[in-house]
Design a protein around this ligand. Sequence first.
Ligand code: MTE
Ligand code: MO
Length: 199
Amino acid sequence: MAIVSRGFRGRPRGGDAALPPGQYLTEDFPVLSTGPTPRVSTDRWELTITTEVGVEHTWTWRDLLTLPHEKPEVDLHCVTKWSKLGTRWQGVSLDVLLEDVETSADYAMVRSYGGYTTNLPLLDLLDGQAWIVHRYDGADLAPEHGGPARLLVPHLYLWKSAKWVRGIRLMREDSPGFWEAVGYHDYGDPWREQRYQGD
Ligand SMILES: Nc1nc2c(c(=O)[nH]1)N[C@H]1C(S)=C(S)[C@@H](COP(=O)(O)O)O[C@H]1N2
Ligand SMILES: [Mo]
């Protein structure tokens, strides 16, 4: 006779199939920030994508709002081991923002108001995998969660989803961001449990 429990989802073994290894489910939404929450008004908010040859593409808040929006519903996985399933966002796909950006770079450094940085391959920002989001769960994104706007790149550990995003620098060579420079994994795939360098 089958033993049925909440979260079993019909898989024979290995816990909750929706959770990457080592993660546990949480219903609340923890706040993880390395410093104080920067207060960025939408009047002076800008996002700049800088190419490897120094060409800048800048969007104001107004520019951002005129672009086509998507409503991704995604699971979040934090390296501190909590996961939150089915989170609902609204924002602009990086495919839209990068459409007219001429580049042959392979890497990106994401920069935030407040100084946080994180790096990832440019390909991980493309193909419906990443958004600049400004709404969460039907409301404007709260400052502590990255409002007015944050990067959302849910297929990687959440430290890659830079809050208070202000820029993306495209790079020919990879270079570590804030957490990557102190021992966190360069790529950070939760399904391969890439928490720290060497994982
Ligand atoms: N600018 C900035 N972005 C950041 C961080 C940060 O400290 N500063 N922390 C990262 C980490 S480690 C995590 S787990 C998530 C947490 O997002 P949350 O506070 O909305 O849960 O934001 C990521 N983005
Ligand atoms: Mo994190």
